[in-house]
Design a protein around this ligand. Structure first.
Ligand SMILES: Nc1ncnc2c1ncn2[C@@H]1O[C@H](COP(=O)(O)OP(=O)(O)OP(=O)(O)O)[C@@H](O)[C@H]1O
Ligand SMILES: [Mg+2]
Length: 421
């Protein structure tokens, strides 16, 4: 049983760089656990603390029920594949994979057998005598995995092992890696900033932002029931519509969400309505994914938004459309909870303050525009076209809203209704 438990873990680098804050995670034995987040959020730092390559500033690390803060790396039975995992260039594939067994002075005959067996599982058996320089990027990465797995670690750590490969190879290898690590039974922590990789590979995902855990759950939980605006936006392709709205609690109706010229109603028996009571008359953020909006014609059967199509995009398996609907959109990058001095994100603190000020305006005010944010600000509602009849640019469209999939967030980006985990 090698579960990995982080309890209130902090990492402060010299220069007061607070890279990881109060991190609490319980990674289960045999789980394929993905740490997901943008560059600089602390993913590698967490991995390196688990491996024993980085000291833990405060908090506790438990490996298989043993307190591991002070345990030397070699006593942790942990193996790691690095972001730019280098191989020994003058050793063959076999020599690279054999190396850890030579170091631990395994019986040579047994070691050779092990290498052949693992090479077969990794699809490397036909290239055991080749040098790394003669291999493709994907093959080299598999050798690096082989070298890490040969000692049969109980915890296997992978730091963006596919980031240097092209998209096609990444898609292929992520399937192989997931299958392989599941077959080894090792508890695996896999770091990536790629939401597709995270969603497709993980048993569970933890989303980090600025060293803080934003959410943790299965891919489905995190996608359908995200804890914050940041998580909803990070795990959304096409991008989720984040809309500025005002909540109005009306006694015999429920909560009316005012979105520019539109209104949507959440009845009182809806937990989102209850959660919004304290936001009465105040700005909130409404999240609607592209596939929660469907074009409709004929009589109205439910809540709708209307807009004018400005852009159509062909994506092969579907069309995406962008419509101007008179609703101001929110950029997830600008929404940050109030935190005591988040170091690496001084610029974001400024933005957060400005965002709060912006959200405090009446909703029909013009969008303040993209100045200083450094991010492209989308102004149109995005939706998928699923029916045969495709609207043309300039058409007015009616969009039926799947209210069950509507997410409501407070202005600082937290869900107003309870997240189910
Ligand atoms: N040795 C160090 N000294 C000081 N600061 C550091 C050190 N290593 C990392 N940091 C800082 O800690 C924060 C987290 O870094 P980390 O490498 O863990 O991020 P990451 O999520 O792995 O990013 P990436 O996706 O770019 O690899 C960053 O702000 C980084 O600049
Ligand atoms: Mg990293």
């Amino acid at each position: 049983m090698t579960d990995v438990v982080l309890d209130g873990v902090n990492k402060v680098y010299p220069g007061d760089q607070h890279a990881v804050r109060d991190l609490g995670l319980r990674i289960r034995d045999g789980e394929l656990f993905v740490l997901l987040g943008p560059s600089g959020c602390g993913k590698s730092t967490v991995l390196r603390m688990i491996a024993g390559l980085e000291e833990i500033t405060s908090g506790d690390l438990w490996l298989g029920g043993t307190m591991a803060n002070e345990l030397p790396p070699r006593e942790r039975n942990v193996a790691m594949v690095f972001q730019n995992g280098a191989l020994y260039p003058h050793r063959s594939v076999r020599g690279n994979m054999m190396f850890p067994l030579e170091v631990s002075k395994d019986d040579p005959a047994g070691a050779r057998g092990k290498v052949v067996e693992l090479a077969r599982a990794l699809g490397l058996d036909s290239m055991l005598d080749r040098l790394p320089g003669t291999l493709s990027g994907g093959q080299r990465q598999r050798v690096a995995m082989g070298r890490a797995l040969i000692r049969e670690p109980s915890v296997f750590l992978m730091d963006e092992p596919l980031s240097s490969l092209d998209a096609g190879l990444r898609a292929e290898l992520r399937v192989e890696i997931a299958a392989l690590v599941r077959a080894t039974g090792a508890t695996t922590v896999y770091v990536t900033h790629d939401q597709v990789e995270a969603m497709t590979m993980a048993d569970r995902i933890a989303v980090l932002r600025d060293g803080i855990l934003e959410d943790v759950g299965t891919p489905e939980q995190i996608y359908h029931d995200p804890a914050t605006v940041f998580v909803a936006a990070f795990l959304s392709s096409p991008p989720i519509n984040l809309l500025r709205a005002t909540a109005w609690a009306v006694q015999d109706q429920g909560v009316i969400l005012e979105l520019g010229p539109h209104q949507l109603r959440l009845p009182w028996d809806d937990p989102r309505a209850t959660g919004l009571i304290s936001h009465h008359g105040r700005p909130i953020i409404v999240g609607l994914r592209a596939d929660a909006l469907t074009t409709v014609t004929g009589p109205a059967h439910g809540p709708e938004l209307t807009g004018q199509v400005r852009t159509l995009e062909f994506h092969g398996h579907e069309w995406l459309a962008y419509a101007e609907a008179g609703i101001a959109l929110v950029d997830a990058h600008d929404v940050a909870p109030e935190r005591a001095a988040v170091p690496a994100a001084a610029h974001q603190l400024g933005l957060g303050d400005r965002m709060r000020a912006m959200l405090g305006r009446p909703v029909n005010d013009p969008d303040p525009g993209p100045e200083h944010t450094g991010h492209h600000r989308r102004t149109d509602l995005i939706f998928r076209i699923t029916t045969g009849d495709r609207p043309a640019r300039g058409d007015q469209v009616r969009l039926s809203v799947d209210l069950d999939r509507l997410l409501v967030f407070s202005p600082d980006g937290r869900r107003v209704d309870p997240v189910r985990r």
